[in-house]
Design a protein around this ligand. Structure first.
Ligand code: CUA
Length: 357
């Protein structure tokens, strides 16, 4: 579709063209059948009208095959469109391995963005062109929805869990960022911009801002200041009150009740806010809740820190795949985590820069 068409948003991501193609074919198929059906109705009304009051219909057994035909053909078209739509859906919601993770937290009524190396912005997201970006979403209050029409992606930010979406912007420019879920009186003003920049401009922009600490470094600080370190760090001669966290992220964790869970974002989050929900085998449920003591932003930093403790590459991680099927979403985000700058062990002091092309 031409971006100059006034009612159609710009097409600016690697996948937006595929969404448009699917959409265009759907419109054409619908138009074709609408015209065909209405034309036939008019034609049949004229052709088979009752000529005089005594006239009755003839034997229409020949129509059986016609009926099978007009059922089978639409069925085939529907199945084809379903397969095509599913394919595009998977492409849209499975981040590639090299995606860099940003965080967006919805709050009445703004989007709070954090870059992997610490920059923060409100209602604006600066990204480099040509880089796959995964945005991890959380909400501090109600359901919001992160919507970038020019990239043809939308994902709810749900309180109490993580979701995510990804995109790869292909054209520098400024694009609309909307909240697409009614979230209160100022919902309509919960808008912002996605600013896609050339790689060099993006680096200049990063250098010009107040860098702050990387997600991992902030998480490491919290880990100390919240005293997590007293129970979760292995030290010789000390009784280990909580499991040590090195190598936990993305691994299979055995629980006290016999279940095994994958230590993904949502698991770590739950273990901080509701520690007794899933107690690790061999430990007592002694950890206090940190609900109310950590903000959504701090939670994402703590998780980034736990993730930085490894291991790299396992069959797990992710768990933030939004509406994508769990198995596939997990696989792809595990690969992503393996390559994520956040995952470099020891990258705790502002070392986590998005990979350069
Ligand atoms: Cu947030 Cu609508």
């Amino acid at each position: 579709m031409k971006s100059t068409f006034p009612l159609f948003p710009d097409s600016a991501s690697a996948l937006s063209g595929r969404v448009d193609a699917l959409y265009a074919v759907w419109v054409l198929v619908s138009l074709f059948f609408t015209v065909l059906i209405f034309a036939l109705i008019v034609f049949f009304m004229a052709r088979y009208r009752r000529g005089h009051p005594e006239q009755v219909g003839g034997d229409e057994r020949a129509g059986v095959w016609l009926e099978i035909l007009w059922s089978a053909v639409p069925l085939a078209i529907m199945l084809f469109m379903f397969a095509w739509g599913a394919r595009v859906y998977f492409q849209l919601y499975r981040p590639p391995a090299d995606a860099v993770e940003y965080t967006a937290i919805g709050k009445q009524w703004m989007w709070k963005i954090q870059h992997p190396d610490g920059q923060r912005e409100i209602n604006a997201l600066h990204v480099p062109v040509g880089q796959s970006i995964r945005v991890k979403l959380a909400s501090e209050d109600v359901i919001h929805s992160f919507y970038i029409p020019a990239f043809r992606i939308k994902q709810d930010a749900v309180p109490g869990r993580y979701t995510s979406l990804w995109f790869k912007a292909e054209k520098p420019g400024t694009y609309h960022l909307f909240c697409a879920e009614y979230c209160g009186t100022e919902h309509s003003r919960m808008i912002g911009s996605v600013i896609v920049m050339e790689q060099r401009d993006y680096e200049n922009w990063l250098a010009g801002g107040t860098p702050g600490k990387s997600m991992v470094a902030s998480g490491a600080d919290l880990f100390t200041s919240l005293a997590c370190v007293t129970c979760h760090r292995a030290a010789p001669g000390v009784t280990q009150r909580g499991p040590k966290l090195e190598g936990v992220y993305g691994s299979q964790v055995k629980l006290a009740d016999g279940r095994t869970v994958v230590a993904d974002d949502n698991y770590v989050r739950e273990s901080i806010l509701n520690p007794t929900a899933k107690v690790v085998a061999g430990f007592d449920p002694v950890m206090p809740t940190f609900k109310g003591q950590v903000t959504e932003e701090q939670l994402t930093q703590l998780i980034a820190y736990v993730r930085s403790l490894g291991p790299t590459g396992s069959d797990a991680a992710g768990g933030t795949g939004g509406t994508a099927p769990a198995a596939t979403a997990n696989t792809s985000s595990a690969q992503m985590d393996a390559n994520s700058p956040l995952n470099t062990p020891g990258a705790t002091k502002g070392a986590a820069k998005p990979p350069r092309k």
